[in-house]
Write a protein that binds this ligand. Structure first.
Ligand SMILES: [Zn+2]
Length: 286
């Protein structure tokens, strides 16, 4: 995958040097919820985090005074900047054609271990996530190591897919899909939250389809990169995660969809390049 030299918007909030915050403030319940969050990888964290105490809020205010927002100088940070900017550049014209205005997320936050968010305390054990309350994407880059080591999803394209999936949740927030999902309920294999996750996968595919065109070729994926993206989608499917964690699959508690479903919806978006093909809310076939 090619990305060096791609446009950087500089909307990166770099909290990596600050270390963990507020961990002492969460009770046992918070820790348990955070562990559940681990398996759901990037779920809209409000459901997980609402129950976590308010320690994160104070920590967030304290942090915001210290955090510099702007360009990052290291290669890992630049990668996140280039990809998230490219995702913005893909969605802007798509919104425009539909007579809407796309607004990028408030920022992409890089942090280590734990950080305050508009949704409560964020922890790296939850995996990457999007917080609709502050409209920010949260990433602990230690997840990249996990993606490679634990899930065997290597390559920049696998990481880019994760970023595009989280940005997909932002697109959903702008379009009101997250509220729709909430109304449908959160439990079961065909729940609103599964439909929301599969749609974010499909939106990641839509990004992949337009990445090169939106960057004049500065960001480009070849067919093997698409394979890497599919492998990442497969790796983070709930059945794969559950099998690794418990040795068995329990479809009832799926929150993201199976590996096969995730690959199918990513592929749908990547093949059509059209977000209208991502209507996971009006189909009987997930
Ligand atoms: Zn997600």
């Amino acid at each position: 995958m090619r990305w060096e030299g791609g446009r950087q918007s500089g909307d990166i909030e770099d909290r990596r040097g600050l270390g963990p915050v507020g961990v002492g403030g969460i009770g046992v319940g918070g820790v348990v919820l955070a562990l559940i969050g681990y398996f759901v990888f990037g779920i809209n964290p409000t459901t997980t985090l609402n129950a976590v105490n308010q320690a994160g809020q104070g920590a967030q205010q304290q942090q915001q005074q210290q955090v510099a927002q702007g360009r990052v100088s290291d290669r890992e940070g630049q990668f996140v900047d280039v990809i998230s900017t490219n995702v913005d550049d893909v969605w802007k014209p798509i919104f425009q054609q539909a007579g809407r205005t796309y607004r990028p997320p408030a920022s992409v936050v890089l942090y280590s271990q734990s950080t305050g968010t508009g949704c409560g305390l964020g922890q790296s054990a939850m995996g990457p996530f999007y917080c609709p309350q502050d409209q920010k994407v949260y990433l602990d880059l230690a997840f990249w190591r996990e993606l490679e080591g634990r899930f065997g999803a290597t390559g920049d394209a696998a990481k880019a897919y994760v970023i595009a999936h989280e940005m997909g949740h932002h697109v959903q927030h702008l379009l009101g899909a997250d509220q729709k999902a909430q109304r449908m309920g959160a439990r079961g294999a065909e729940s609103g939250s599964v439909r929301l996750e599969l749609q974010a996968d499909c939106y990641a595919g839509v990004w992949a389809a337009h990445a090169s065109q939106a960057s004049n070729g500065q960001v480009s994926l070849d067919p093997s990169d698409i394979e890497d993206g599919l492998r990442a989608a497969k790796a983070v499917g709930d059945d794969t995660l559950q099998r690794q964690a418990t040795g068995r699959v329990a479809p009832d508690s799926f929150t993201h969809g199976s590996s096969a479903q995730r690959m199918r919806w990513f592929n749908k978006g990547a093949e059509s390049g059209d977000p209208r093909s991502c209507d996971t809310f009006n189909t009987d076939e997930l």
